[in-house]
Design a protein. Sequence first.
Length: 439
Amino acid sequence: MTMTGAVAARHGKAWRGRLGGVVACLALGACAPLPAFAGTAATSTAVAEALTEGTALADAGCRAIAARVDQSPGDRPVLLRSYDGLRGMGAPDDPSLRTAAFTYDNAVAVIALLACGKPAQARRVGEALRLAAMHDGRLRDAYRAGVVGNARPLPNGWRDARRKRWVEAARQYAGAYQDGTSSGNVAWTALALLALYDATGETRWRDAAVRLAGWMVDHASDGRGAGGFDGGVESFMLVPRKALWKSTEHNIDLAALFGWLDRIAAPGGDWATQAQRARGFVDAQWDAASGHFWMGTSADGATPVRAPSVLDVQLWAQLLPDAPKAWQRALDWAEHRHAVAGGFDFNDDRDGAWTEGTAQAALAYRRLGHEAEARKLLASIARQAAPGGFLYATPEARITSAYAWYRHQPCLAATAWAVLAALNRNPYVPGDAARIRRH
């Protein structure tokens, strides 16, 4: 929801973001209804085949993510590159992505690795995120992939061929977004740390999550409109500024984070009150007339952004442990506005399937008891495997999101979400029954 001409705070520019925002509002077109996944009958044979594919999908995804960790020998902290190249393996050609390890992608990977029953690999990635949380003034949206040394991750960067020198991403137009601090990315990093605390009982993970949560309270609390939390910090060519817009998705993430901290009686804050503040904003973005969530607000912090429709907001709200039944109507909205061949699109222009969002839909269906529908989606996702082991972000050459686009490029986040869906792991819930898979 960066309402200026800036790029998205997470993946911005030519790729993708999860900022829950848009640079310019698009007209919400009238879409003809598509056949709803939730109403489709499946034979027992088809469900059994899909179940087998889902198991294979989980196995392949777990192996792929763990192998990326193991490529760096030893037990030192490591951050994973978020994308492979367009050829399906190897580093991307785009300099801004060649060594980019986005915090959100790595956070979801930590949770997926725990669900895979691979705690050693989860700890290595988690420790890199913990170091960033404890030793940076604010958590960046991206760091440099690879082994972490000197007690903190390095900023991403690349060699400038014209000037024949290495430059940090924040000093380049193409990478300025990587130096931002998106509220949603902070929340997801803290959720990954809490998942490690839940799995190990080691308080260092909880304490780092508390530090991040405290940063959010101190720097992103917002009293305008329905309250809640703003977008965090936008950074453009080394000039950070407050992100005044607010994202429904970010506040869903924060409601989950603060609620988790409250349930475990974490020190450092009145987490129940903070959870209520974030949840109050989410409640205010629910449009009962249409049965879906608005994306968030414009820079005034109060005016809803009503177009385009974005998928993840409709799905992630279902994962909150106290989500009201009325919110399940958002799945009908998603089926009518986002469904495409093979899954769901990020937005409602329906120009192709978004693998990550399709996996999120599969998980939402599973948590609501629609197992057959989820299995169909998992079977579709499994077809997106790239030669390097990750899943392609989309089967199309390119699809749009609200403010950028996704390419037919292997993606860590898509792979991690597919694992979570295949293993039925809710990343918002501590002690989730499906959280650990034993090999």
